[in-house]
Design a protein around this ligand. Structure first.
Ligand code: GDP
Length: 361
């Protein structure tokens, strides 16, 4: 499954955040015999629709979609120079599918900042510089080889051109992501063989003080710093308190600081979207469940997430939109009202589709 690497300077609250994330580990809760790696937190993506489906179908349990967060320790200045820890740091990021930077915005004289001052802008620059330098090295190493290959293989000329364009962007101090070059774009696909870091989607978690949680001016300033990446604002200390409370107490604490939902929930949802993922839903007496697919997946591809045989033997998908299912009240009533659609193999799955697959075994 796809994962998000959590990075950040020392003392910004990464461990505090990661510990809170792993308190919500759904793998531990639902699969008691699963092997759990110490630096991976498998977090459920909150979806209130599952609660509604569970009521309609009398489901015994709810299984949300999940996102894997990986705690990547050891960003240091000079990581791109490839010494010991730095090397491992970059290798771990290379394995992640998105990069989540935790940025310190909280003020606390008891917590030392590595550079002696709290400045989100400088911290973002410090981290991005290491990633940009690492990519610049990869690109500069590849260009002579690609130049040779392009003489013999015509299709390599496009890769060379993409590498040269990337070099220019990186040398100017920008990440490729910030200039719209990601895995999903044509340029990004050409660069795939270089295993670059900054073509991965970025998201930013600002670890703030309680009073900044609802300070819209402050938040807009930070959003502008990181656009087009998403910015999430949370108080890691508050989050670590919230995971210790029951639902009612947690809600009370959240409301006392003017928040609707825990920052961890926002992080899971935004992280899921940043990875380019979406869900479809299934429901029955056993469970109500969200299944993870790539945005744009077709019905047979979606079926394949449940079982490869479902994809191979795919006949049709019976699809009812969540809204129609709720307004009619049951599958039978949705069918009677003509709200159940039979979709074929070219159907592109939509968010909120409640599905039952028909297949040959
Ligand atoms: P890491 O080095 O990035 O993993 O940072 P830690 O999670 O270990 O946090 C470093 C210190 O900052 C610890 O003493 C935390 O208790 C403290 N800390 C973390 N988050 C917050 C926060 O939101 N507010 C305040 N005041 N302190 C925090």
């Amino acid at each position: 499954s796809l994962s998000i690497g959590i990075v950040g300077l020392p003392n910004v609250g990464k461990s505090t955040l990661f510990n809170a994330l792993t308190k919500n580990d759904v793998l531990a809760a639902n699969y008691p015999f699963a092997t759990i790696e110490p630096n991976v937190g498998v977090v459920g993506v909150p979806d209130p629709r599952l609660t509604t489906l569970a009521e309609i179908f009398g489901s015994a349990r709810i299984l949300p979609a999940t996102v894997d967060f990986v705690d990547i320790a050891g960003i240091v200045r000079g990581a791109s120079e490839g010494e010991g820890l730095g090397n491992k740091f970059l290798a771990n990021i290379r394995e992640s599918d998105a990069i989540c930077q935790v940025i310190r915005a909280f003020k606390d004289d008891n917590v030392v900042h590595v550079d002696g001052r709290v400045s989100p802008k400088d911290d973002i620059e410090t981290i991005n510089t290491e990633l940009i330098l690492a990519d610049l090295q990869s690109v500069e190493k590849a260009i002579p080889r690609l130049t040779k290959e392009a003489r013999l293989q015509k299709e390599k000329a496009a890769v060379l051109a993409a590498a040269e364009a990337a070099q220019e962007i990186l040398a100017a101090g920008d990440t490729l992501f910030s200039r719209g070059i990601t895995k999903g774009t044509e340029q990004g696909a050409l660069l795939h063989e270089l295993h670059l870091l900054t073509t991965k989607p970025f998201l930013y978690v600002f670890n703030v003080d309680e009073d900044e949680l609802s300070d819209e001016d402050f938040k807009n300033e930070q959003r502008a710093l990181v656009a087009p990446a998403e910015a999430i604002f949370l108080d890691a200390k508050l989050e670590s308190d919230l995971v210790e409370l029951d639902d009612a107490e947690a809600l009370e604490l959240l409301q006392s600081v003017g928040q609707q939902e825990p920052g961890l929930s926002t992080l899971a949802r935004v992280g899921f979207e940043t990875l380019g993922l979406q869900t479809y839903l299934t429901a029955g007496p056993k469970e109500s469940r969200a299944w993870t697919i790539k945005r744009g997946a077709t019905a047979p591809e979606a079926a394949g997430v449940i079982h490869t045989d479902f994809q191979k033997g795919f006949i049709k998908a019976e699809v009812i939109s969540f809204a129609d299912l709720v307004s009619t009240g049951s599958v039978a009533d949705a069918r009677a009202a003509g709200k159940a659609r039979m979709e074929g193999k070219d159907y592109v799955m939509q968010d909120g589709d409640v599905v039952e697959f028909r297949f040959n075994v």
